[in-house]
Design a protein around this ligand. Structure first.
Ligand code: C2E
Ligand code: CA
Ligand code: CA
Length: 689
């Protein structure tokens, strides 16, 4: 109550009237005094007191009657009446309550009791007023308010709730809050919200709900758990504001600040914002991003000679044409002046950037006609690629800018990658990386086979399976180009599994077709070997193909010694136990010595072709091969020399007691059908004997 509470004191006894008034005034209240019920009624009507003190026994109109009459007055119902009755007058007490009195006190008045009763009355009154006020606020506020019970069943809602959600109070009350669920948030979101409510009794945040008409909208909600005096949550109060309008104006604000007024293109500000998002997406999806920065070559000259007015119109035209040349909307930005930017996100292949750059240059190569003038503009473009040219927005843009200046130096009207070599070689690499991901499911890989010949008998004893990639555009690609990429990206694991399965299946098929059982050598990447389930994978393939493990050879690299030696040993023993052949590939090129080989159950050493290549011309290489062979034999290992191309090399290896050879001298790696023909012919010349 903002003003002092006003008391209407009615008593026919002037002394007690005076005493009552003084006592109340001392407590800080205002008073009006009347001597009977009738006068009291008139005063009540005139002054609207907050509390009425009524003596029960009065002439003209007694207290009870006056009380009833006051209660009948407009607003009278809300004004508490305190009845003053005689001591122990039970009948009067009953009558007082019946008449609508809020409380009573007895005569003679005990002043301390009166003070307390009055104080209490005033408190209740204030609380009621506040409640009334609150109800008014709740009714009139723009914020939606819902009160639920502890099980989220809606108990009451305000008119704003109905306006925002479309559900009337009658429709909402008794239903669960799930009524408003939009499906926009996942379980995690609600779990967090409930945890917050449980722990802190409050949750605030943006939440998307669904209106009765199905529309999903954002709202800012503030939820409070209301506890009962015993400490349990009895209710939740949800206060929420509809954010739809706010979002819209936020968006339009972003649009205004993010767009260039002249060309209506998104501006530099938005460029940086979008680029940041594009880089984040690319990190998540393991994709690339290309940034193109374009500077018009002759715009400044035109602008200075024919005037800014024409210059502005020219810029608008150029923007429109460039925008139309973009493969997608919202890719082109005006960076300021005659500079433009392009963001290409989710990039698989840097050729996409080249295409866009070419498209831009084509647009700019044609004249722009303004006021019957043909204006040739031209442009220089720098291309930067994420992640290679910069791990963040700032570096990437800086480097792309450098590339743009490089393009200008190159005589304009061209584009340049930031990395010079990208203009040639690693461009190809980047392109490959993109298409490698899809190659397996598109079944673009195949295996070629190369024979391995026993030097003593001259008979084929095995073959090596070598992977090839038939690229839809680039044709056959050799593993030297794609295996390193596959290893970097981890794709080698599924690719290697495929190679093992295919080689085993092929070997089994040839054996079933009646060819003599030969060893099939399959290359393994260290990554594959180190996978914990590697041996399981191998046995699975053997089971699937039914191939005799004794006709399978795994070519391992020296790098397997790098890993956990005990684990490596265990794996090798597991494979050795089923008589599988184990070979060390490219022997001599790695870091390791023969010493660890003593511990490993290895059968074969493959001498790397780099030694074989020069064995007839370089005495040092010849000596190395000699040493390898004798060492291997002393360990009981078989030796294969690979890369044998000439009769001289073959002769040298024969002299040195090499066991087997492989190389172009006998055959290049061949596709399966050609290899079968080779075998038919070979075994005709070398019948078993
Ligand atoms: P590598 O295991 O050393 O395979 C021998 C390479 O030498 C093959 O190259 C083969 O075509 C080539 N070669 C054979 N005879 C001669 C010759 O007389 N002269 C010359 N100059 N080269 C000869 P390719 O097929 O290009 O394979 C290259 C490498 O790619 C392989 O080297 C191997 O490390 C890897 N690779 C191939 N297939 C697979 C596979 O399925 N899995 C894994 N992890 N790596 C593979
Ligand atoms: Ca090999
Ligand atoms: Ca090799």
């Amino acid at each position: 109550m903002s003003n002092k509470p006003l008391f209407l004191v009615v008593d026919d006894d002037p002394v007690s009237r005076l005493m009552l008034c003084r006592s109340l005034e001392k407590s800080g209240y205002e008073t009006i005094a009347e001597e009977n019920g009738a006068k009291a009624l008139a005063a009540f009507d005139r002054r609207r007191p907050d509390v009425v003190l009524l003596d029960a026994k009065m002439p003209v109109m007694d207290g009870f009657e006056a009380c009833r009459a006051i209660k009948q007055c407009p607003g009278g119902d809300n004004v508490p009446v305190l009845m003053i009755t005689g001591l122990n007058d039970e009948e009067s007490v009953d009558k007082a309550y019946e008449a609508g009195a809020a409380d009573f006190i007895t005569k003679p008045i005990h002043w301390a009791i009166l003070r307390n009763r009055v104080q209490y009355l005033i408190k209740v009154l204030e609380a009621e007023r506040q409640l009334y006020l609150a109800a008014g606020v709740i009714e009139s506020t723009d914020e939606g308010i819902v009160v639920t019970d502890s099980d989220s069943i809606i108990q009451s809602v305000n008119p704003a709730f109905a306006r925002i959600t479309g559900y009337s109070a009658a429709e909402a009350v008794g239903r669960s809050m799930n009524l408003l669920k939009s499906g926009h948030h996942d379980r995690e979101f609600y779990r967090n919200m409930w945890e917050c409510l449980r722990n802190f009794g409050n949750w605030k945040g943006e939440i998307w709900n669904r209106r009765k008409n199905g529309e999903i909208y954002p709202q800012w909600a503030n939820i409070n758990a209301i506890k009962s005096p015993t400490g349990q949550v009895s209710n939740f109060v949800v206060v929420f504001t509809d954010l739809t309008a706010a979002k819209e104006s936020e968006e339009s604000l972003l649009y205004i600040t993010g767009h260039d007024a002249l060309t209506d293109l998104p501006n530099r500000l938005l460029f940086y914002d979008r680029l940041g998002h594009a880089l984040n997406d690319a990190r998540r999806d393991e994709k690339g991003v290309a940034v193109l920065l374009l500077d018009l070559d002759r715009f400044k000259v035109i602008n200075d000679t024919i005037g800014h007015d024409v210059g502005d119109r020219l810029l608008v035209k150029v923007s429109e044409k460039l925008n139309a040349a973009m493969p997608e909307k919202d890719m082109l930005f005006r960076m300021g002046g005659d500079e433009f930017g392009v963001i290409l996100g989710g990039l698989d292949d840097s050729r996409q950037a080249v295409q866009v750059a070419q498209g831009i240059l084509e647009v700019l190569a044609r004249p722009f006609t303004l006021d019957d003038m043909d204006l040739f503009i031209g442009g220089s473009i720098g291309i930067g690629l994420f992640p290679g040219d910069g791990p963040d927005v700032k570096t990437l843009v800086k480097n792309t800018d450098a590339a743009m200046y490089h393009a200008k130096e190159q005589g304009r009207n061209n584009f340049q990658f930031y990395r010079n070599e990208l203009n040639t070689t690693s461009l190809a690499r980047m392109m490959l990386e993109g298409s490698l991901r899809n190659a397996l499911e598109r079944e673009e890989f195949l295996l070629f086979y190369q024979p391995q010949i026993d030097l003593k008998s001259g008979r084929m004893v095995g073959m090596e399976a070598l992977m090839r990639w038939r690229h839809p555009e680039r044709g056959m690609i050799s593993p030297g180009e794609f295996i390193p990429l596959a290893e970097e990206s981890g794709l080698i694991i599924p690719m290697g599994r495929w190679a093992l399965l295919t080689a085993c299946r092929q070997n089994r098929a040839w054996q079933e077709a009646g060819f003599p059982p030969l060893r099939m050598a399959v290359n393994l990447s260290g990554l594959q070997f180190n996978a914990p389930d590697f041996t399981d994978q191998v046995f699975k393939v053997l089971g699937e193909t039914g191939l005799d493990p004794a006709t399978l050879e795994l070519e391992l690299t020296e790098s397997i010694a790098m890993g956990d030696v005990e684990e490596t040993l265990a794996k090798l023993h597991t494979l050795d136990q089923v008589n599988m052949h184990l070979a060390i590939d490219d022997f001599g090129t790695g870091f390791s010595s023969l010493s660890y080989l003593k511990r490993f159950p290895i059968d074969t050493l493959k001498i790397d072709q780099s030694f074989v290549r020069n064995c007839t011309s370089d005495p040092e290489d010849a000596a190395i091969i000699r040493a390898f062979i004798s060492l291997a034999h002393s360990l009981g290992l078989r030796v294969i020399a690979e890369g044998v191309e000439t009769a001289e090399q073959l002769q040298f290896l024969q002299q040195e007691d090499c066991d087997e050879v492989q190389g172009y001298y006998f055959s290049r790696p061949l596709p399966a059908d050609r290899f079968a023909e080779y075998m038919v012919e070979h075994f005709q010349r070398h019948p078993s004997g």
